[in-house]
Design a protein around this ligand. Structure first.
Ligand SMILES: Cc1cc2nc3c(=O)[nH]c(=O)nc-3n(C[C@H](O)[C@H](O)[C@H](O)COP(=O)(O)OP(=O)(O)OC[C@H]3O[C@@H](n4cnc5c(N)ncnc54)[C@H](O)[C@@H]3O)c2cc1C
Length: 143
């Protein structure tokens, strides 16, 4: 049985990219299923879908849980810190990324051999936005 989208993971709607995660699931699953059906790969390829998207779902759940707790903190220290950050944002630039960290709009960058794999820098791993690069008379992003 293979699950994708909300049937595999339900993310808090408070900033949680559940729909985006579902699309990434079917993207990661579709090409693998096509390769297996066409006989170009063995069914073992589907196991990588599980590893890849469990990693992506865990990341979404972590980020959306943090974002939900920021919006509705527990009473006590959590609310105290949240309110202090909100008060600071009006006058201190360094506090603004604490409100909008950008995590929810960053792509999921997959570990290659495991979360601490040093083999590839983060910006050239699967899932990362390709870094810009110079061409003969232009830049990759402008081509
Ligand atoms: C308030 C709110 C805000 C959100 N905001 C965002 C956002 O900003 N960004 C984002 O990325 N995500 C957001 N999400 C999450 C996103 O909407 C879901 O993650 C996404 O719609 C899930 O898509 P899905 O196809 O997996 O499941 P669903 O959209 O739930 O589709 C499942 C379908 O299967 C049908 N179905 C169920 N049982 C059966 C059956 N037995 N037989 C046939 N059909 C069946 C259902 O009727 C439904 O049409 C938000 C969610 C909520 C609730």
């Amino acid at each position: 049985m293979i699950f994708a989208g909300d049937s595999a993971h339900v993310v808090s709607p408070f900033g949680g990219p559940g729909g985006n995660g579902g699309l990434q699931d079917v993207d990661a699953l579709g090409w693998r299923q096509a390769a297996v059906i066409k006989g170009q790969a063995s069914a073992a390829l589907l196991a990588a879908y599980d590893r890849e998207r469990c990693f992506g779902a865990d990341e979404n759940l972590l980020n959306s849980s943090r974002s939900t707790r920021f919006m509705s903190p527990a009473a006590g220290a959590e609310r105290l810190f949240r309110d202090a950050v909100l008060a600071l944002t009006a006058r201190a630039d360094f506090a603004r990324p604490m409100v909008n960290s950008g995590r929810l709009s960053r792509p999921c960058i997959y570990p290659v051999g495991g979360p601490d794999d040093p083999a590839l820098p983060a910006d050239s791993r699967p899932g990362a936005v390709a870094p810009d690069a110079p061409l003969a008379d232009s830049w990759l992003s402008k081509a």
